[in-house]
Design a protein around this ligand. Structure first.
Ligand code: URA
Length: 282
């Protein structure tokens, strides 16, 4: 295997490891990741290119990279050079600014069966909140409570999110809350790359339509999907990134804080940044 291909494969393996997939079945005996995409891949969820792990690097990759080949299986990934990484960040400037409404996007999503998550869900959790919000919070995916109620962040993590929102003088109704995927992953596992790839164009359209000033990415999967950054959340939380013509802020996922309550003060700090940013950019 030549060096470039070796790096590509290593990059993919690292990507899947970070997405919580410990083992890959490369011989086609039915592992969860052996799914051909049913539609062309969006650019939102590919592993970062070997030489561009950071956001600035991702921006450089934009040049000369308009068309995307379809999603490839892991088999194919091993045999063929992979397309370079594109995150929602990169797509946000390339899709037309036509104004569609959230209702239209919801209608287009329909009774979605585009990926395997549809088979285990009770309800599609599209998103909730102010269609003209200044800040959009993006979580990972619905849990059991959200799946039952059809609303994002209504369980314990949601209560903590509400508390943080109130703490900085905002109301939940003022903001918009949604997730990287709109259906509950079985057992609340991390959404798989192809699930995110299929679902995230709807997230992108929601963000484009709302036109917020700030997108808060709650946890690593949201950061990776929106910004294409693969660094750990602990390292990059609380730092503002450009996301097209708006800003994005990686923040700990509230569920992480519930498991690590001693970190709550960091979450408060980051919410204070949200508040300061919204005040200063008015
Ligand atoms: N966790 C998430 O990431 N999203 C929700 O909607 C609820 C919990």
């Amino acid at each position: 295997m030549d060096e470039r291909l070796r790096k590509e494969v290593a990059n993919w393996l690292e990507f899947y490891r970070e997405m919580g997939i410990g083992e890959l079945d490369l011989h086609g005996s039915g592992s969860a990741i052996h799914h051909e995409a049913t539609q062309p891949a969006s650019p939102a969820h590919r592993p970062p290119a070997t030489s561009h792990p950071d956001h600035d690097g991702a921006r450089k990759q934009l040049e000369g990279q308009k068309t995307q080949p379809p999603l490839q299986t892991v088999h194919a990934a091993v045999r063929e050079p992979m397309p370079k990484s594109l995150s929602l960040f990169e797509s946000i400037s390339s899709i037309p600014r036509e104004k569609e409404t959230l209702e239209e996007i919801r209608k287009d999503l329909g009774d979605c069966h585009r990926c395997r998550l549809s088979s285990g869900r009770k309800t599609i959790v599209f998103g909730q909140g102010n269609p003209h919000a200044e800040v959009v919070f993006v979580g990972e995916g619905p849990g059991a409570d959200e799946d039952a109620q059809g609303l994002p962040f209504v369980g314990r993590a949601g209560q903590l999110l509400n508390r943080m929102i109130q703490l900085v003088g905002m109301k939940r109704e003022e903001v918009y809350i949604c997730n990287v995927v709109k259906c509950r992953p079985p057992g609340n596992r991390t959404p798989l790359p192809d699930e995110i790839e299929i679902c995230s164009p709807f997230l992108l359209r929601q963000i484009r339509t709302i036109g917020p000033r700030l997108v808060c990415c709650l946890g690593a999967p949201a950061v990776r999907t929106v910004l294409g950054i693969k660094e750990g959340i602990t390292k990059i939380r609380g730092q503002f990134y450009d996301f097209g013509d708006i800003k994005a802020l990686p923040i700990f996922h509230p569920a992480y804080i519930l498991r690590n309550p001693r970190e709550e003060k960091l979450l408060r700090e980051d919410f204070q940044k949200v508040c300061d940013f919204l005040k200063s950019s008015r």
